[in-house]
Design a protein around this ligand. Structure first.
Ligand code: CP
Length: 336
């Protein structure tokens, strides 16, 4: 059943606004490297419809009624897990949420066995987070049902990349020629990697700013080989931030730091913290984003995080709508 057909089947506020889904071809959402600009725009068109649903007094439509969505998190999460669960519930699906530490994983069950158990329980899709890069790909290879990557190691976080891009588009409208600066721990950031792929083809100039030790070895060459010519690397934040339209500090991932990558937190703060003084070099209307969770006082000052320029809470709110759109496209498939 397509979204526009739903409109005629259910009455009034129970429906979604009509959107044509075109030729959706993805069974899984593992990263954004295999998503075209047109496909991302389709997700955003559906996200607009979901934003409308979320503005209603009763934030619920029956689109995924009868479906079950499972979340399986092998790493902590606040935003991603809560927003996927809310997204599924707002679409009328049932949810089952597993925390790996409290599941049979703690008894030694393998990744594939755990996920196959969820499949045998007849869930329709699994949203998974795992500390190992590539884990969702192993899941996708071994299961029949859809897998949505909610973050794998340092590799990818596609729904975060999408909600970041959606937030940018909503606030800047045309992204053509806009300067977006990602600053901080690029080395360990799955968010940065998904932002690189997601923003391809939208006309933004994406600057990755970090000390040389927090830029992955070989990144420059990889950008050239993959034709990602909208991305540049800059080590000096004062230079990177000049005329920026959006600045997005990334969390310094203390849990993934190998010793010696930064000389000291104090030096890092001095050279790379996004604060009011530094933002004076940016465009006057510069906006601040952060994927969260934040280390306030390290990569971002408290004052900037809670300033009127900050879109950080808006990102979280849009995150629910983006994830509703993904669930609709992935788990609604059998209904269409
Ligand atoms: N941005 C993000 O992935 O946040 P959580 O770890 O809280 O899900």
């Amino acid at each position: 059943m397509a979204l526009n057909e739903l409109k005629s089947v259910t009455a009034g506020q129970e429906t979604l606004p009509a959107v044509s889904i075109g030729q959706w071809r993805h069974k899984h959402v593992l990263d954004l490297d295999d998503f075209s600009r047109e496909e991302i725009n389709l997700i955003f068109e559906i996200t607009d419809a979901m934003v409308e649903v979320l503005s209603r007094d009763v934030k619920k439509v029956p689109t995924l009624r009868g479906k079950t969505i499972a979340t399986m998190f092998y790493e902590p999460s606040t935003r991603t897990r809560a927003s996927f669960e809310l997204a599924a519930k707002y679409l009328g699906a049932d949810t089952v949420s597993l925390d790996a530490a409290k599941s049979s994983v703690a008894k030694g069950e393998s990744l594939v066995d755990s996920l196959r158990t969820l499949q045998a329980l007849e869930v329709d899709a699994i949203i998974m987070r795992h500390p190992c890069s590539g884990a969702p790909y192993i899941a996708a290879q071994n299961l029949e049902i859809s897998i949505i990557n909610a973050g794998d190691g340092c590799h990818a976080h596609p729904s975060q990349g999408l909600l970041d891009l959606y937030t940018m588009k909503k606030h800047l409208k045309d992204l053509g020629g806009k300067k977006v600066v990602l600053v901080g721990d690029i080395m360990h950031s799955r968010v940065a990697r998904s932002n690189i792929w997601g923003s391809r083809g939208f006309g933004v100039k994406l600057i990755l700013c970090a000390p040389p030790t927090l830029i992955p070895h070989g990144l420059k060459q990889m950008l050239v080989e993959c034709g990602l010519d909208h991305v540049a690397i800059e080590h000096n934040l004062d230079k990177a931030i000049e005329h920026a339209d959006i600045v997005m500090p990334l969390r310094l991932q203390k849990e993934r730091q190998q010793s010696g990558l930064i000389s000291s937190i104090r030096t890092y703060i001095r050279q790379y913290q996004v604060n009011s003084e530094r933002l004076e070099r940016a465009n006057p209307g510069v906006l601040i984003m952060h994927p969260g969770p934040m280390n306030e006082g390290i990569e971002i000052s408290h004052e900037v995080a809670y300033s009127s320029r900050s879109l950080i809470e808006q990102q979280v709110t849009y995150g629910v709508a983006v994830r509703m759109a993904l669930l609709y496209l992935i788990a609604g498939g059998k209904n269409r």
